[in-house]
Structures are given as C-alpha cells and as structure tokens.
Design a protein around this ligand. Structure first.
Ligand code: ADP
Length: 662
C-alpha cells in the first residue's frame, strides 16, 4: 500500500508544483527508476505496478510529455486485469486516449495509424460506460470523441463535443476533467487561428486547474499562452479548499473550523458563521444571503458594535439598499468571489448605486459552494478602510466558507429530516384514527344492538313504573325499583356511546395515568354484542391493586379492540371448537404491567410471528393488514413491547407491556 500511496503523493505533488520537474513523480526518497525496477522484479505487485503506470501516464500527459505518457499507457495495459473495477481503469482509458491523440499529431505513417487505432479503442470503452452511466462517464467519452473528430477534420462535431465535455464535467462536478476539456478545446481553436475563443477556453482551463489545485499546470498554461494574461483581482471560487497554506495560522484555522463545524441547528449555524466571519475578516458589516426558491433572501445581518458582534436573523429581499447589487449579481452568475480593495475608487463596480451612496471601500462577496452548487453568499464590507481583506484574511474566510458549506448542507438535511419525522408522526396519527374508524364501522351492527338493549330495558321499566303508579294505592316500592333500573340502563347506554365517541373522535394523543383494568372493561362493553353473536366466552383475569399505566387511554383501548376482534375472527375461522377468550392483566418486574389476550383459534405459525406485525400483511379476504402494525407502533410509542406466542393446546396469546405511571 505504501507504494500506491507514494505514487499518488508523487502525482499530487507534481501537480501542485512541489516536485523538481513538472510531470515527474520523484519526491523525498521516492524515485521513479527505483520504483520501476522494484515493481518489475516482483510479480506479486501487479496491482501496485498498474497503479504506478496509470499515475505516471497522467502526470506525463498533463505536463505535455506525450511520448513518455504513451509509453506509460503501454506498460499499464497488460496489467489492467489487476484493477478491473478501480478508478485507475477509467483514468487509463481517458489519459491513454488523450496521450495517443497528442502523439498522433506528431507521428507519421504506420505509427500514426497505430495511435489512431488505440485512440478509437479507448473511446469505444468510454462510450460503453457512458451509455450505462452518463453522469460519470459522458464527459470522458465526449472529450475523447472530440479529439477523434478533430483528427478526422470534422470541425463542427469537434466543437460540439468539446462543449458537451465541458458542460457535462461542469454539471457533474468533475473539475479536473472540465479543466482538460477546456484546455483541449482551447488548443483546438488556437490551432485553427480562432484566438479569441481559444483564449476563453484556456482561461477557463486555468481557472478549473486552479480549483483542482494543479498549480504547476496553471503556471504551465500561463507560460505557454501569455495571451490569457495573469489572474486579476477577481479571486478564484472556493469549490474545494485551496487556500494557500502559508496564509493560515493554525490557531485561527482551529477556531474558525470549530465555529461552524458540528452545528446542525440552522439558526445557530448562521449565527456562528456570521460572528466568525466578522471577527476574522476585519469587516464592519456582513450579510448572509441564501437562495429561497427562485430568489435570494438576506437571512442574517451582522454588525460590529462597540464591544461585540450583533447578529440579527431576518428575511429580506436583496436590494440596492443593502449591498452593491451589481457585485452580488456578478458573484452569483460566475460563482467567483469578488474582492474590491477600494470599491469607490478605481473599480469596475464604482458606478453601483450602493457603492456610491455608502462610499464603499473594502467589499467582498464570497460564494459558499458545495461542489458546483451555490448554497449561499457571504457579503462583507468595511466602509472605513481600503485593503481590509488581506490575503491571510481571505484565506481564513475561504476556509470558513468551505466549512460552512458542509455544515449548512448538514443543517439543511437535519431540518428536512426533522420535518419528515413530524410528517411521519402526523401520518401515523391519521392512520391510527382511520383504523379506529374502520374498527367502529365493523362493530356498528353489534353495538347498535347493544345500545338497543338498555334502551329497551329503560322503556320497559318506565312503562312498569307508570303501571305501578296507576295502581290504587300506587306501589311505590316497585316504582322506585323500576326507576332505579331506568337510571342504571341509561348510564350503561351512555357508557357505550362514550366509548364509541372516544374511538371515533380525532384527538391528539395525551399521556396520563390510566387505570388499566377500567380501560379494558370499557372496551369489553363495545365488543359484548360481538362476543354474544359468535358465542365466544370471555374470561377476565384482572389483577387487583395495579398501579395506573402511563398511556394514552384511547390508543390503549384501540390496541385492546384490535386484539380482541382479531381473536374473535381467528376463532370463528376454525369451526365449532369452544371459543374461549381470556384477558389478563398483571404487574411484572421493572415497574411494568403486562396485558395478555388469549384465544382458542388456530394460532400463529412460528415463521409468521414477526410478519403479522408488518403493514399490509393479511390472510383475510377482506383484511387490510394494518391493525397489528398500528398496535405495535402504539405500544412502541408507549415504550412497551407487543408480541405473540402460541397458546397450548391451541390458539394464540398476544402480550404487551406498558410502563407504570409515576
Ligand atoms: P387484518 O386483521 O386486516 O388481517 P391485522 O394486522 O390485524 O390485519 O392482522 C394481520 C394478520 O395476522 C391477520 O390477517 C391474521 O393472519 C394474523 N392474526 C392476527 N391475529 C390473529 C390471531 N389472534 N390468531 C391468528 N392469527 C392472527
């Protein structure tokens, strides 16, 4: 592995401009020649060797040593089987193709033909991958396709394909391939004498190489094409952290990183970001601007007070009253930071309304980017002094923006997640309510029968009371007894109706101390008719002296109703066996209470004992399969457990626990 890492380090260093020769992998104690001899002498190092040649191919190609790049590609080819699914294989085909295309231009005769054939071979492989996965491979296939079109003289095709390569690499965030595509396009136009367009592509190439961190390549481009000029005061964007190390001091780096990392509550993150930005930048005032739908809004404003930084969260439109709109628009469009050392002086933005009115001096508009996505914009100003945003402060700010980009993304995901959890909870409540309505619907017939009974009894007793009153003398003792019955029966009807109302009402859950036995007895009132109809005997084995459970009464009763109705249905299904339903309660260790609902039905096969709790699992013709899954989520929500066992000699026993109420 060391070999692999050292090779990778060699490529990184040479691209950064930290090796003696651009394009060579040699660095402290690592020597290309020694490495090649060592790898060739050991057959077991095929993977490392393949990796080495691919990295060398890249380094040589980027440095412009095309014949050495082709040699490296030839050496890698027979070893490729060692790395079939590694990314080096892709790089081998892309850089191999580009090296052959470049070598083709200066070769003649047979060699020229061989380079072209190799180029086409690489292209076929890249095209095949692009068909399957355009996101990753389209840009590679397009760059190589453009090179083939260029060689074949298909000018328009070449133009289209270079542009496609640039666009695709840009969209997917492959900044290194975007750099290469731009460079190849620039060379193509330069060779055709179209200088203006060439310079545009080459400038973009330099910009992308800079973002990638390939400083040696940037220098090479500037030397080869002086017409693209040196970089101006508009600094590079902050796609990746590419802050020059020499501009940072460790203590500040740690402070700044700590300020924004790990903060997942959006509002607190914004506050931390703005404070850190003002404290470390020497700004007097700062704004954080975030996209909201199609627009941008100012989300926070930080100002420096006499003793500390004041951060205000707000939601305001971006207008000329708040900042130089032209600077903001430029930075948004180009995703590059705009740094003005003296905005009111000699600057392309000195005509801006805000700059004029506020005599703006030091102005900085810094995009907060995640890959190519613009997450927001940090605007900082100091209208008292020029040249406030020094290179070291810029370095800190860029670091801050990179850290903020990651944290903002995390905070956004966290917020989305929190909103989704909430939505899920609402959905569960709706579902549970729908289940209660359905259960009540199922019970309508037997409940109306059940209510008819006390109404009938009330009527009979009232008639009897009238009769006893009409006697001479009236039999008052009988009248009293009949009226007592009327009162009792109306209470009974009232209780049943109350039970129905509770189940049908849509109320938010309310956790309280609930008498377990009483809650269960209320439920049995609702199912009495059903039990009678199907000749099911009910035994209640309710323990005395139980402490109340910590529960939502309606939900607890919903669980009981579901379990009882399931038990009745299961027993109906198995014909004429005695139908026995036993409900028990007891207290168990650890301050919990246990409820069991036991039937004499067919039971649940061991392999289905978990499955029946999943949503939409049902074995009933008209079943929906959500009853038990709702019961389980209710019991889970009460920090309890619900499960099923076999009951001997036959039947199922559903048990659930609930915590006692303290
Ligand atoms: P549904 O009643 O609509 O089918 P449930 O989630 O309440 O939905 O039940 C899922 C399945 O679990 C039932 O279809 C049945 O196969 C099984 N089941 C539930 N209760 C019992 C029981 N007491 N005995 C045997 N099987 C049962």
């Amino acid at each position: 592995m060391n070999g692999v890492l050292n090779t990778q380090l060699g490529l990184t260093r040479t691209l950064r401009g930290l090796t003696a020769t651009f394009g060579r992998l040699d660095h402290d104690g690592y020597d290309e020649r020694d490495t090649e001899l060592h790898l060739a002498s050991n057959r077991n190092l095929g993977f490392v060797e393949c990796f080495y040649w691919v990295r060398k191919l890249q380094a040589r190609f980027l440095a412009g040593d095309h014949s050495s790049a082709v040699d490296a590609a030839m050496n890698a080819q027979p070893l490729l089987w060692n790395t079939p699914s590694n990314f080096e294989t892709v790089e081998f085909h892309l850089y191999g193709a580009l090296a052959h295309a470049a070598a083709h231009d200066v070769a003649s005769g047979d060699q020229r033909r061989q380079h072209f054939e190799a180029l086409v071979g690489h292209h076929q492989q890249l095209e095949a991958w692009a068909q399957h996965n355009p996101v990753t491979f389209e840009n590679c296939a397009a760059i190589v396709g453009a090179e083939i079109a260029r060689i074949e003289g298909r000018v328009l095709d070449a133009q289209d394909l270079y542009e496609k390569a640039v666009r695709s690499a840009h969209t997917q965030g492959f900044v290194h391939n975007e750099a290469i595509a731009n460079e190849r396009a620039g060379c193509f136009y330069a060779a055709r004498g179209v200088e203006k367009i060439a310079a545009t592509y080459l400038r973009d190439a330099r910009y992308c190489y800079r973002r990638w961190g390939a400083d040696a390549k940037v220098r090479q481009l500037e030397q080869l094409y002086p017409q693209i000029g040196a970089e101006g005061s508009i600094a590079a964007a902050t796609g990746t952290i590419q802050t020059p190390v020499e501009h940072l001091d460790l203590a500040t780096v740690i402070k700044v990183s700590e300020a924004v990392s790990g903060e997942i509550v959006f509002e607190r993150l914004i506050d931390a970001l703005m404070r850190a930005a003002i404290e470390h930048a020497g700004a007097e005032r700062g704004l954080l601007i975030l996209p909201r739908g199609d627009e941008y809004r100012i989300e926070a404003e930080a100002t420096i007070g006499s003793s500390d930084v004041k951060v205000e969260l707000r939601q305001t439109d971006v207008t000329a009253a708040h900042l130089p709109v032209s600077v903001f628009r430029y930075a948004t469009r180009t995703r590059e930071s705009v740094l003005l050392h003296d905005a009111s002086g000699q600057s392309s933005f000195s005509d801006d309304e805000y700059v004029r009115e506020h005599h703006a001096r030091s102005v900085l508009c810094l995009p907060i980017l995640k890959q190519t996505r613009l997450l927001g914009m940090l605007y900082l100003e100091n209208n008292l002094a020029r040249h406030v945003f020094t290179p070291s402060r810029m370095a800190v700010l860029k670091l801050l923006a990179s850290g903020a980009a990651i944290s903002m993304e995390n905070a956004r995901l966290y917020r989305d997640l929190a909103e989704r959890e909430d939505a899920l909870r609402a959905l569960q409540t709706d579902l549970a309510h729908a289940n209660r309505l359905a259960t009540m619907g199922q019970l309508t017939a037997s409940i109306s029968h059940e209510i008819n009974q006390p109404i009938g009894a009330t009527r009979n007793n009232a008639h009897a009371a009238l009769r006893f009153l009409a006697e001479d003398p009236p039999d008052l003792a009988e009248v009293r007894e009949a009226i007592e019955c009327v009162v009792k029966e109306t209470y009974r009807a009232g209780e049943i109706l109350g039970g129905i109302r509770d189940q049908v009402k849509k109320v938010p859950p309310r956790m309280e101390g609930v008498g377990l036995n009483e809650a269960i007895e209320e439920v049995t009132l609702l199912v009495r008719g059903e039990l009678l109809k199907h000749q099911v005997s009910l035994q209640m084995r309710l323990a005395d002296g139980l402490s109340p459970v910590h529960a939502d009464r309606v939900q607890l009763q919903q669980v009981m109703l579901n379990l009882i109705l399931n038990a009745i249905e299961a027993m109906i299904g198995v014909g004429d066996n005695a139908r026995e339903l036993v409900i028990s309660t007891q207290s168990i260790p650890e301050g919990k209470l246990l409820v069991t609902v036991q039937d004499s039905g067919p039971g649940v096969a061991p392999e289905n004992r978990e499955r029946i709790f999943r949503s939409f699992y049902t074995t009933k013709a008209g079943g929906v399969g959500i009853g038990l899954s709702i019961c389980r989520s209710i019991v889970d929500g009460h920090s309890g457990q619900l499960w099923v066992d076999a009951h001997q000699p036959r039947g199922a026993v559903f048990s659930f626990t609930l915590p006692a109420h303290h």
